[in-house]
Design a binder for this molecule. Structure first.
Ligand SMILES: Cc1ncc(COP(=O)(O)O)c(C=O)c1O
Length: 373
């Protein structure tokens, strides 16, 4: 058994993809070919944004808008501590300072912790609050009903990290459409993944879009060799865009299938573990189905037992960002963000992909229940 099996999906897109690849090979437009523009148009329409800018990875999709905001070291950007490293790494890459915030039972940014952190930064007077990066962790939207009014109150930009959440929605609005600007990743294991690295940025702001377009390719001006600012080589290649175009017709169905897999897990594991929180209005893209053991020793026993049975589990994330070596210079202690510190010792994720067989789910759940005893 694999944690994420991409085989079945590949068999469904193989013919279409071969044709698209063949056309690219014939045209030799490997960089910024027509598939890239077509994909950008389709994705902007999909999530209801005016503009989509494809780029080389989800990390670039975060770094490019942050570079456009011209962060300085004294600029604070509030980031949940329980997420993938890139959510905060991008802040430092762009020149700013991440301020870590705790998460709640949904694993997304805790808005009480967020308000407290903003007030603390203002009171200390060393950093200047600039923005918030809410993360749609495991596919579930951050609570934008609460985050957006906080951003408004303090005049902060919101950069949505929808790397795991593309396809999910909140109150009918798609992830990728929240805040001033959103970032997603097409890493192969993501709900909408390509066959290499790739990412995209979404916004409704034309000026920001033009600025990010320039940053994506070495800060070019109106002429390609007139560089007016510092940028990146952040383009997505044509082959990767072709993979996304081949997968798009399957995507809505795959999201439904992911929901069915999640429902089956929830039904069978109820009462045995802390399960993902469900709430009206939140539709997850189920990048991960993540549950909690009682404590670290309990989790280790479960992981060991499942390994013996050949069932892969993963831990996202064993070390919260405020405890990462690279962020030691910020001086956090584990207990500063107690929920993050606690759940990082308990969480584990089970196999999750749209084509996971119902019998396999029963087998995984039976083994998990035995392992949990
Ligand atoms: C929450 C989050 N943000 C950012 C990224 C970075 O994306 P990429 O790996 O495409 O650079 C990831 C990817 O794993 C992620 O999960």
């Amino acid at each position: 058994m694999q944690f994420i099996d991409l085989d079945k999906q590949y068999n469904l897109i193989r013919e279409d993809l071969n044709q698209r690849f063949q056309a690219i090979l014939e045209s030799k437009q490997f960089i910024m070919g027509p598939a890239v523009t077509e994909m950008e148009e389709r994705l902007a329409e999909y999530c209801g944004r005016k503009y989509c800018l494809s780029c080389a990875s989800g990390t670039d999709a975060l770094a490019i808008p942050l570079m456009a905001y011209e962060l300085k070291k004294e600029d604070a950007v509030f980031v949940p501590s329980f997420t993938f490293f890139a959510s905060a790494e991008s802040v430092v890459l762009a020149g700013g300072t991440p301020v870590f915030v705790d998460v709640d039972e949904t694993y997304n940014i805790d808005t009480d912790s967020l308000s407290t952190a903003i007030e603390r930064v203002i009171a200390e007077g060393k950093l200047n609050p600039r923005g918030i990066i809410p993360v749609d962790l495991f596919g579930r939207s951050a609570n934008y009903r609460k985050v957006l009014p906080i951003a408004e109150k303090y005049g902060l930009f919101v950069l949505e990290d929808a790397a795991q959440g593309f396809g999910g929605s909140l109150d009918g609005k798609k992830n990728g459409a929240f805040g001033q600007v959103s970032a997603t990743s097409f890493f192969p294991a993501k709900p909408l993944g390509c066959y290499g690295d790739g990412g995209a940025i979404f916004t409704d702001d034309e000026d920001l879009f033009e600025l990010m377009k320039s940053i994506r390719v070495h800060g070019h001006g109106s002429d390609k060799y007139d560089n007016v600012r510092i940028g990146l080589n952040g383009r997505m290649d044509t082959m990767q865009a072709a993979v996304i175009l081949s997968k798009l017709p399957l995507f809505e169905r795959e999201l439904q299938l992911r929901q069915e897999v999640a429902d089956a897990y929830s039904e069978q594991l109820k009462g045995f573990f802390d399960l993902p929180v469900s709430e009206d209005g939140f539709f997850s893209s189920w990048a991960q189905y993540t549950i909690r053991a009682k404590d670290e020793a309990h989790r280790s026993r479960i992981m060991e037992s499942m390994k013996e049975k050949g069932i892969p589990l993963m831990i996202y994330y064993p070390i919260p960002l405020h405890m990462q070596t690279a962020f030691q210079y910020l001086g956090y202690k584990a207990k500063d963000l107690p929920f993050c510190a606690a759940v990082s010792r308990q969480v584990f994720s089970v196999p999750m992909y749209p084509y996971l067989d119902k019998q396999e789910i029963v087998h995984i759940c039976d083994c998990l229940k035995q392992a949990a005893e």
